[in-house]
Design a binder for this molecule. Structure first.
Ligand SMILES: NC(=O)c1ccc[n+]([C@@H]2O[C@H](COP(=O)([O-])OP(=O)(O)OC[C@H]3O[C@@H](n4cnc5c(N)ncnc54)[C@H](O)[C@@H]3O)[C@@H](O)[C@H]2O)c1
Length: 235
């Protein structure tokens, strides 16, 4: 039996990942802060240590183990979070709380179990924005850079316990996070013109990468930011 926890699993890449992992026969616990989600989702704000611990305890109570954590919950921040000197401090903190503190708290909560098991895999959905700077998105870009380094730090510190950590770095994916831009035909054409493959990704194309990592087939891979961006960052 393989048990996975997916944060932010009620929408977009997270929900596609839940479906894809379940198709592989993995038992998946879904955590999300969204209020209007289907039953079966564990209510959890990943920025709150008590809620995270409570959610992890609930998963352990039900399944008895956690093999894979997918740190997927994330936000870009409001339209105020642009270049650095224009970004309100509160908005900076909010973006970093979800995108960095969240993966930190979730990893911190599952690691004792993974150490005890002598095995585990922490997969964090970072972004290509964590490897190359996205113009006018200082808070998001820096938070995703931190998510990549958090992944490397876990990989280095916990390899001796049989725990691996990898990041997935998507380019532009059509989800609730990006639809406000991509539903504007001119803007979408403009964005897709900059992508070598000529189109944005669908959530299941990112879920496929997570499923490959979660499958345990890439046994020697750890500390790696896997870029799935249609060639955007190769330019
Ligand atoms: N869509 C893209 O183009 C894109 C590109 C690169 C990386 N990403 C990353 O992929 C991940 C998923 O994004 P998406 O596009 O599917 O977005 P989305 O908005 O469709 O889904 C994000 C989910 O995270 C949940 N969430 C937000 N804050 C939370 C919190 N504090 N606690 C628990 N859950 C919370 C939301 O309720 C939502 O269900 C994010 O980390 C995002 O930064 C997205």
């Amino acid at each position: 039996m393989t048990v996975a926890v997916v944060t932010g699993g009620a929408s977009g890449i997270g929900s596609a990942t839940v479906a894809r992992l379940r198709a592989d026969g993995i038992d998946v616990a879904v955590l999300d802060v969204a209020k209007d989600v289907a039953s079966g989702v564990i209510a959890c704000d990943v920025t709150d240590p008590d809620q995270v611990q409570h959610a992890v305890d609930a998963v352990l109570g039900r399944f008895g183990r956690i093999d894979v954590l997918v740190n997927n919950a994330g936000i870009t921040g409001s339209s105020d979070a642009t270049t650095l000197h224009e970004t309100p401090v509160q908005e900076w903190d909010r973006v970093h709380a979800v995108n960095v503190r969240g993966p930190f708290l979730c990893a911190r909560a599952v690691l004792p179990t993974m150490i005890e098991q002598g095995a585990g895999h922490i997969i964090t959905i970072a972004s290509v924005a964590g490897l190359v700077a996205f113009p006018g998105r200082a808070a998001y870009t820096s938070s995703k850079g931190a998510a990549v380094m958090l992944t490397k730090s876990i990989a280095v510190d916990y390899a001796r316990y049989g725990v691996r950590a990898n990041a997935v770095c998507p380019g532009m994916v059509y989800t609730a996070m990006t639809s406000w831009r991509l539903d504007q035909p001119e803007l979408r054409t403009d964005i897709e013109r900059q992508i070598p493959l000529g189109r944005v990704a669908q959530p299941d194309e990112i879920a496929e990468a997570v499923a490959l990592l979660a499958s345990g087939r890439l046994t020697y891979l750890t500390g790696h930011p896997l870029v799935i961006d249609g060639g955007l960052s190769a330019l």
